[in-house]
Every structure is written in structure tokens, then in C-alpha cells.
Design a protein around this ligand. Sequence first.
Ligand code: 5AD
Length: 351
Amino acid sequence: MENIKENAKTIIDNINNYNSEVSEIINYYKTAPADKLYQRAASVCENIHGKNIILRGLIEFTNYCTQDCLYCGIRKSNSKAIRYRMDHDEIIKTVEAGYNAGLRTFVLQGGEDSFYTSEKICRILEQIKKVTEYSSSVTLSIGIKSRKDYKNFKDAGADRYLLRFETSNQNLYKKIKINNSLERRITAILDLKELGYETGSGYMTGLPGETEEVRINNALLCRKLDLDMVGVGPFIPSSNTPLGASPQMPLEHAIKATALLRLLLPKAHIPATTAAGSLDNRGREKMVQAGANVLMPNITPVEVKKHYLLYPGKVCLEENGNYIINDLALRMSSIDRNITFSKGTALRFLS
Ligand code: 5AD
């Protein structure tokens, strides 16, 4: 355990130590015109993943949160947030509807909500596996937990875990996350990797105080962590949060980040994120054209999804899962891609 903590520290301290291959990529990122960068990333993506865009059904099952991250609309101190929690049966029903629509990967995402004990999460995982005839993959995205909890979730059927580090800059991290350190978060990511999860992380672009150097380091940290999945989205200032009055930085930072990540981690599964689609109606298409190969239709029941407001202007709040899947299929065909219901297992887990 001490060892993992040491490893986390070493990784953070060595973000800027890299080989000549990485050096060439960073140089290209810094100097190439954006359209060339996107084209190169899209072609690397197509060579490995083809033209298929993998769907993951996202279920936002609770917006209660014990954390107080400065950027987030469901932070603990936001008394304006209307809180909800889906119960066990509602979660299972939502998975079943998604399964019937063809989805084979489900992402359970929530605030850090102590109502969902490790036992409750394990029962949900077991039931999801059962109702999907043991032919789906389940991803958890419920924050930092103890290694023991991560182990229990894995044993109960969790295949994957998403835990964004949000920023690779330790000072910035401390300011926006308050309750824990970047080192603690990286330790959790290393725990997940060691336990055999397909492991995802990622970050936001355009946080106040972020520089181009930080953006490059964010991508380099993803490479150091050798992630299976990486999600990036633009930070969108959210009212009733301490960062609510921050300027909106351009989406291009997030699109460029997508391309850089594709070059640094060719095999990774990289989503075109909802935040990108919320800032710009064609934001997700732009991410796919810069190397993304995953979409995450939000299949949370319409009665509650409008309250999972991490940021304003979120897309797909009125639509149900089937409608969204159709919409995504059309959007992808407009840019010469096809959606696929394949499980989209990380390539290293397939051999
Ligand atoms: N703008 C954009 N993305 C946000 N997230 C949280 N708050 C915001 C915001 N205001 C992202 C974080 C988190 C993910 C679930 O949503 O990166 O990890």
C-alpha cells in the first residue's frame, strides 16, 4: 500500500520525463495547424478502432455528494441543487430498458453518496449482471473509495472504473477539490489498475488558472498512467458554485486535448463527451473527428436527469434513452461513423 502511494508521487513528480516518441508528439501538437492535428489523430483512431463508435449507457443514479469541488453543480454546499437518489429497483429497471435497446455497457455514475454503502453497490452490481445475462460490462464512477471497497466491487462484478483526476497541477487541484490531494487521487487510480479494473480517468480543460503547460501535462499524466479510457470535457462555469463567474474558455482546448490523447494513447477508449456537446451542438462530432471513439448516451430516467446538473446547458435532459441513441446514430452517420453496441472492452483485456 505504501508502495502505491510512493508510485503515485513518483508519477506526479515525473510527468515531464518522457522519451523521444512522446517528445515528437508534443512538438507536433504545439506546432501543427489544428486541422492537421485532428486529421492525424482521427487516422490513428481509425487504424486501431475502425469507424465504429462504441456506446456506453450512462446512469446518473444519485446527485447527493459529500464533496465540495469548487467547479461542480452538485457540490455539497449547493443548497439550490434539487437532490435525488434512484433506488435499487429503479437502477435495475433502467439497466433493463438499456439492455433491451441493445446496450451492453452500463456506467453507474453518482456523487460521493454515503447512502450507497459498499454492500448496496455490490448488490446492485450482482443484479445488473444477472438481468443482463452476464453479457454486459459495468463501469462504476463513484469517486475515491478505499482499496477494500474497490476490491469488493470488483468481486461483485464491476469491470471498469472511471475516476477523473480533473487537473494534473497539484496547486490547482488543491484549490478546486479541497478535500484531498492529487496524490490521493492518483493512488486510487493505481489501486484500481492493480485490482484488474479497466481503468479510466481524465480532466477538464479551461479551469481558471490553467495554462497550456498544464493542459499538456494533463495528457502526459494520462499516458504515464497508461489508461484504458480517458474522458475530457470543457469546464462550463456553473452558477451557485464558487467558480460560477469564471470565463468560459473555448471548446477547442478540449478538442485539441482529444487529439493529443489519441496520439499519446492510441489504444485507449476516448469518449466524445456530453460537456463538449453541451457547449457546442456539434461538439461531440468534433471530438470524434479529432480521435474520440466512444459516446455515452445518458439513459437516466427523464424525471430525475435534469437534476444531475454538474454544469448548465447540459444536453439530452428531456429525451429518453431510445431517442438519444437514435439521435447519436444520425449524428455519427453524418460524419461517416457508425454506432456499435459492442461491449468495447479495453484492448489489453482482450488478448
Ligand atoms: N463543467 C464541466 N464538467 C464538469 N464536471 C463537473 N463539473 C463540471 C463543470 N462545471 C465533470 C468532472 C467530473 C465529471 C463527471 O463531470 O470532470 O469528473
